[in-house]
Ligand binder design. Sequence first.
Ligand code: FUB
Length: 517
Amino acid sequence: MEKLSIKTSFLALSILMASNTAVAQNPIVTHCYTADPAPMVFEGNDSLYVYCDEDMNIPGVHDFYYMDRYRVYSTVDMVNWTDHGIAMPRTAFAWAREGTCWASQCVERDGTYYWYICLSKPNDWRHYIGVGKSDKPSGPFKDARKQPILDTGEGGDIDPSVFIDDDGQAYLYWGNNKLRYAKLRKNMILVDTSIGKNGVVEVELTEKAFGGVKVDDKVTGKDCYEEGPWLDKRGDNYYLIYAAGGVPEHISYSMSTSPEGPWTYMGQVMTQQNTGSFTNHSGIVNYKGKDYFFYHTGWAKGGGGFNRSMAVEEMTFASNGRILPVTATRQGVKALCTMSPYLRQQAETLNAAEGISVVGNESTGVYVTDIHAGDSMRVANVDFGSEGAQSITIRVAAKSNNGTLVVRQDNTKGKILAKIKIEATGGENVWEERTFELTNTPTGIHDVHFSFIGTGDATLFNWDWWQFNGATSSGIENLQDKAPLHNTTFYTLQGIPAENPTQGIYIKDGKKVVINN
Ligand code: FUB
């Protein structure tokens, strides 16, 4: 009995250790540069979405920011992030100038997703706030107004943040060096012109409200508002969180009992950190009972001030409403649940990746492309269960026989689960599903590491999705298109997680199980 309980606690400990992956979770996306994170959780949707601009600065070619598209990521476990591709290119806005996609935020109203962005116009140094819309959180988004939604005529019109209050009133906050707000009409694309100057109110940047005043780039006082406002509410308190102090930036916050102020300066949330980025830009969100603080860093390989990468930390609101300081870490946050290998997983759901790109088209949806010899991808916290997997099915398109996919348990040096020669399918858009036996059976919780072998510089193949198969899982109908992508414990046959399964047939660890209560 004693022996059994030692063994059981050892097993529990190793599962716990395995599920709290030791590898760095920040930055959260490593295959491209992602800046100005705007996290969002939408009612009735199980995922957390993060909207961002893609930093595309090529040193020696661009001497400043260069972002030509906006991207969306989502997660259900906080460690594996699905890249939804280029959900809104700059070219969606006919009035906009190339390379000027700065910070943004997306909100939902009545089933439509409104993505507020800022872009410059040709031959004009100023930014203008515009809005894209879609009927899906992952897009594709189209210009909702065909022109900017406001023009102060003064510049500084960047970093829009939209918050819908409990009474349904939507507020748009924005501004660099000046902080402005407007009320949006119900249609979310027009400003209510009954307040301020043509609907725009300029907030006075006093010491009481923002810790200090900045005149001619000199700060008087202990702090000052810079840019990147984020308006949110917890209980009766309104929070304005923003990049502060001039460049290099830190993140500070002010509080109020109204979304229109007056604001009271409360201090720094994230002091200036050694992240390799001279800007910082934050957004906060409550997801599955935890508060998360998103920011950006220069941490991805080859990154820096113009090629930034999103990161996330847990944050805490004290009982007096104050925000406790947040520190930037490489380890980031812990997984909220495991991922099931027995459900179809999109290849673009990643914990980390190097070298590859993620794109999409109407016929295939989003997929991984640009795969070369030496590239790699990883997914974290995959639960193979006690019996383990016997084979893997992948959907690929290959124009040559040149590529080999190596699947390993845990990491680059881990046990090889399969070494798969990818034979040509007839073209890079000719897709085939293929199943391969594993040479080792993974059980329990592991990261899964994919690497690519090939000769020369040519791209090897395109990859849509993967799925492991357990000993008895064949014959289970494919739930994927409706299914959540990760495993909690039980799923309904429609692929919906069943938290308290009652009598019926469910999926557990990739197998059909019957519950008789
Ligand atoms: O990404 C360009 C600009 O840098 C953003 O609009 C600011 O918030 C800062 O992050």
